[in-house]
Design a protein around this ligand. Structure first.
Ligand code: ATP
Length: 237
């Protein structure tokens, strides 16, 4: 279980995230919806240790405090981030990218098993293990990025706009894969602008506006809330 309390991100005078609190259970998909610039990426980065989370912040994974740990120690603790823009190594092959994901001590012993699971999740990668990552399509690169994060054997997977730039077909495939990751007992926290598809797969959601969490609920409730429909679902259905 991931528990976040009192988390803020400040860039100079600009407060991008203000006193955020949220939780994600194991085997749960939670989506954070918000417009451009609402603070979604900043929030995920602070949870993953890539931005200072402000004084008094609490980020706990299964009761282990993550605030103050280095990003690689947070990966060791079982939390993996797939950043916006994917962050894969373009000049390396798919196989090499996956291997780098298994660098975490917690994952080394089980590397073969984890790779087997990743390739079962994304069969397309199995056919392309020796392809250079930068020559792959956007959707395939997103699979490499998620696969690499899963190779660190996370308990909690954070994804920053995974469906950005993907075709409708590929985003559906991606959201289905998140459902299978949840079945494996991994918690998933994603930020998305694609509210319709993410709410369809998620268990719960949070709404973020100008850095503040302004709403929360079961995904089905959010999807049928007229205010959410106006703001994030392109009007009432
Ligand atoms: P998007 O969907 O457009 O990526 P977001 O919800 O992820 O938006 P953030 O990227 O977290 O939002 O940005 C929140 C605010 O913080 C924005 O106003 C942005 O300009 C600002 N910001 C983000 N990163 C920095 C930075 N490194 N330095 C200064 N300001 C930043």
């Amino acid at each position: 279980m991931l528990e976040v309390k009192g988390l803020s991100v400040q860039y100079g005078k600009h407060r991008a995230v203000d006193d955020a609190a949220l939780s994600v259970a194991t085997s749960e998909i939670v989506v954070i919806l918000g417009a451009n610039g609402a603070g979604k990426s900043s929030l995920l980065k602070a949870v993953a240790g890539l931005q200072p989370p402000g004084t008094g912040a609490r980020v706990a994974l299964d009761d282990r405090e993550l605030v103050g740990l280095q990003p690689h120690q947070i990966v060791e603790a079982g939390l993996a981030l797939v950043p916006e823009g994917r962050g894969i190594f373009g000049e390396l092959t798919v196989r090499e990218n996956l291997l780098l994901g298994a660098f975490a001590r917690r994952a080394r012993a089980d590397e073969a098993n984890n790779r087997h699971r990743v390739l079962a999740l994304f069969p397309r990668l199995a056919e392309r293990l020796d392809q250079t990552a930068r020559t792959m399509s956007g959707g395939e690169q997103q699979m490499v990025a998620i696969g690499r994060a899963l190779m660190s054997a996370p308990k909690m997977l954070l994804l920053d706009e995974p469906s950005l730039g993907l075709s409708p077909l590929l985003s559906s495939e991606l959201f289905r894969a998140l459902g299978r990751i949840r079945q494996d007992g991994i918690g998933v926290l994603l930020v998305e602008q694609n509210a319709r598809k993410s709410l369809a797969i998620a268990d719960r959601g949070y709404l973020i506006e100008n850095g503040r969490i302004v709403g929360a609920g079961r995904a089905a409730e959010l999807a049928s809330d007229p205010a959410v429909q106006r703001a994030y679902l392109g009007g009432a259905r």
